[in-house]
Design a protein around this ligand. Structure first.
Ligand SMILES: Cc1cc2nc3c(=O)[nH]c(=O)nc-3n(C[C@H](O)[C@H](O)[C@H](O)COP(=O)(O)OP(=O)(O)OC[C@H]3O[C@@H](n4cnc5c(N)ncnc54)[C@H](O)[C@@H]3O)c2cc1C
Length: 467
């Protein structure tokens, strides 16, 4: 077995395959050839935020995906849990500790060989069980070869990187620690974010500066590339309307300024801990394509960040993904050449956790193939099955039949089949009202997912998943 790309998906796939007793070679081009965003030669490097988002398995779809991956013995989740840093209701990690732990586990596994070097074109013909997990920054020769094979122009779009600030350069006589609604979450204290308050005048001037600031130029081939809504640059949000940021990353809700408790800030900038030492904080939702000079100038107008020192400034990046419902079969194999299976962000999922989860299932499918078996798909009622359904175009009751334009997706409850019976009453027999119904519905979907996954594991996975 060969896997191309030791990112979030490729690392998880290699682990799953080796854990099922199959030998695997993991090819990674770094450090021989770097991507535009990776900085190290470590496996599963996190190129931007250090957050795996909500860890709430009962109420949040990505938290549920975490729980399912843990049940399946995920290496990525083991390394994340072992390296978490406080982040309110989210699971955030020390990025170096995390990717160091993944790298060590892969290197130490007797059935995994990590081979450094770019696969610059289609994998050799005599590799007959391959997973391609080269991610949003797949090197051009491989991307071109795949594009030629699929006879499609691969879709591409932009995300952007948020800046990281040295904590000791933040003025804490203006800013303060607090998580929204004081939510503690896994490993958090309820006061995990640094908050910078803005008056209406400061906010208006900030929006004007974002709109006027010089942006990175587009190249010809980039000109018509659309943004993915989940990762919009801050200045693009500002272009959509003066109030957009106040209702997005700069919303002033769930927070009280202890320096001036009676005055409600008009907008708030949040920074989240980025490393275990607590010396670096990233600006939440501040992805940007502003040039470096204007970035420093504009972000230093934020109260509390007047003297901010930036460990990393924001930047642009490209994304590449296949038209998977058309090009891949239900087991993530390329219809045009079934020895090639795809995993990770290239398949049209979005985010670290989702990419790793598709690596996990691709690894299970490939290991079953190598052992002469066929693995049934995880139930569509599970987060893993729902995401897979989105990618492979499987039957999902909430998606209308007929032609549709395939777009990358984070896991969300909209991808799950509806409940056969929507809860209407609380355990004590009283009627659910308003938002309580939505909460009860999510909780019922999560409970259904976890019990269906347990059954699938018991029925189909011979080797017991790690605890
Ligand atoms: C700049 C940037 C910022 C992002 N920000 C976030 C974020 O904040 N949060 C989030 O959840 N997601 C973010 N994403 C998306 C995130 O990168 C993906 O969700 C995740 O890393 C995808 O996992 P993957 O395994 O598919 O790809 P990757 O993790 O990128 O791994 C692919 C690997 O393949 C290697 N490779 C590429 N081509 C070849 C080749 N030809 N031969 C050998 N090796 C090759 C690469 O070096 C890399 O190690 C961001 C992406 C980018 C590019």
């Amino acid at each position: 077995m060969h896997i191309v790309g030791a990112g979030l998906a490729g690392s998880e796939a290699a682990w799953q395959i080796a854990q099922r007793g199959v030998r695997v070679v993991l090819h990674e081009m770094r450090p021989v050839r770097m991507t535009e965003a990776h900085r190290t030669d470590a496996a599963a490097e996190l190129v931007c935020s250090n957050s795996f988002r909500s860890d709430d398995a009962a109420n949040n779809a990505v938290g549920l995906l975490h729980a399912e991956m843990r049940k399946l013995g995920s290496l990525i989740m083991q390394a994340a849990d072992a390296n978490q840093v406080p982040a309110g209701g989210a699971l955030a990690v020390d990025r170096e500790g995390f990717s160091g732990a993944v790298t060590k586990a892969l290197n130490d596994h007797p059935l995994i060989e990590v081979r450094r070097g770019e696969i610059a074109g289609l994998p050799p013909d005599d590799w007959n069980n391959v997973i391609v997990a080269t991610g949003p920054l797949t090197s051009a020769p491989l991307a071109d070869a795949i594009r030629a094979l699929t006879d499609e122009s691969a879709l591409a779009f932009f995300d952007a990187i948020a800046p990281i600030v040295h904590k000791d350069s933040i003025d804490m006589s203006v800013a303060w620690f607090q998580s929204r609604y004081d939510k503690a979450g896994p490993g958090g204290s309820g006061a995990d974010y640094i908050n910078c308050p803005m008056t209406k005048e400061q906010y208006d001037a900030f929006v004007d500066a974002l709109l006027a600031g010089e942006k990175t130029d587009f190249r010809d081939w980039e000109a018509n590339t659309p943004y993915f809504d989940g990762c919009l640059p801050i200045e693009v949000m500002a272009e959509r309307g003066r109030e957009t940021l106040r209702h997005g990353p700069m919303k002033p809700v769930g927070l009280t300024n202890p320096h001036d408790p009676t005055v409600k800030p008009y907008a708030i900038v949040q920074l989240r801990q980025d490393n275990k030492l607590g010396t670096l904080y990233n600006m939440v939702g501040f992805q940007t394509k502003l040039k470096y000079g204007p970035q420093q100038q504009i972000f230093r107008t934020i109260p509390g960040l007047e003297n901010a020192e930036f460990a990393r400034l924001g930047g642009l990046h490209r994304n590449t993904f296949l038209n998977s419902p058309k090009l891949l079969d239900a087991q993530l194999r390329l219809r045009a050449q079934s020895r090639l299976r795809f995993a990770g962000q290239m398949t049209g999922c979005e985010g670290y956790v989702e990419s790793a989860s598709i690596g996990l299932i691709a690894g299970l499918y490939a290991a079953a193939n190598a052992r002469g078996e066929t693995l049934a798909a995880p139930p569509p009622t599970t987060a893993l099955g729902a995401l897979l359904g989105h990618i492979t175009g499987g039957h999902i009751e909430t998606v209308e039949p007929g032609a549709r334009s395939f777009q990358p997706m984070n896991i969300n409850f909209g991808l799950f089949p509806p409940l056969s019976q929507t809860p209407t009453k609380k355990p004590d027999g009283t009627r659910l009202r308003g938002n309580e119904k939505t909460v009860a519905k999510k909780q019922a979907m999560s409970a259904r997912a976890l019990s269906d996954l347990d059954r699938w594991i018991a029925d189909h996975l011979r080797v017991a998943a790690a605890a």
